[in-house]
Design a protein. Structure first.
Length: 180
């Protein structure tokens, strides 16, 4: 999974016009990575949220903290939704033999907003217990993340720019606020 994520990051680096190893070395040469096993119980009929058309939320709307998240979906269970630019939630339909790739907060900062962090949520749209095993590929833990020099003039936020953040501080703050 680490090598797959590294290969995707090399493709992103080239697409940005940078060198293939742009995200290696001090940025993500010694990446912090996480495999999580997440269980989503069957839908509880008595617990409906009107915003989800009656489906129980397994994991509320959020963006991922790092660079990339890779998820191999069950081929016949749609459970992941992403929010479109016009504010609608759409299902991510599983495609056999593929991974869903979510862009995280740190990639959004490094690309100065050119690549947006994916707002998503999980709804167990099935009567069976579902297990998800996402792989989170992150920068080096102590890395200072700020827009790349050659992308500083490409701001998508009206010129406000993104404040620098140390990845480890960012992830600790997110976890403490989400699970505290």
């Amino acid at each position: 999974m680490k090598e797959l994520a590294r290969t995707i990051m090399q493709g992103i680096a080239l697409a940005l016009g940078g060198p293939r190893d742009l995200f290696e070395g001090e940025r993500a040469g010694d990446p912090f990575w996480i495999f999580r096993v997440i269980g989503y119980p069957p839908i509880n009929i008595s617990n409906h949220d009107p915003d989800t058309n009656g489906l129980e939320i397994g994991c509320g709307a959020h963006t991922d903290y790092g660079l990339l998240t890779l998820v191999n979906q069950d081929p016949d269970i749609a459970a992941l939704q992403v929010k479109t630019k016009d504010g609608k939630w759409i299902w991510v339909q599983p495609i056999q033999g593929t991974f869903v790739v979510n862009i995280g907060d740190m990639l959004m900062i490094w690309t100065n907003g050119l690549y947006q962090s994916t707002l998503h949520r999980v709804l167990n749209n099935n009567s069976k217990y579902r297990v998800s095993v996402p792989f989170f590929y992150e920068p080096n833990f102590e890395t200072r993340v700020e827009p790349l020099n050659f992308l500083k003039d490409t701001s998508t936020d009206g010129g406000k720019g993104f404040a620098p953040v140390v990845y480890g501080d960012h992830v600790i703050n997110k976890v403490l606020n989400n699970f505290g």
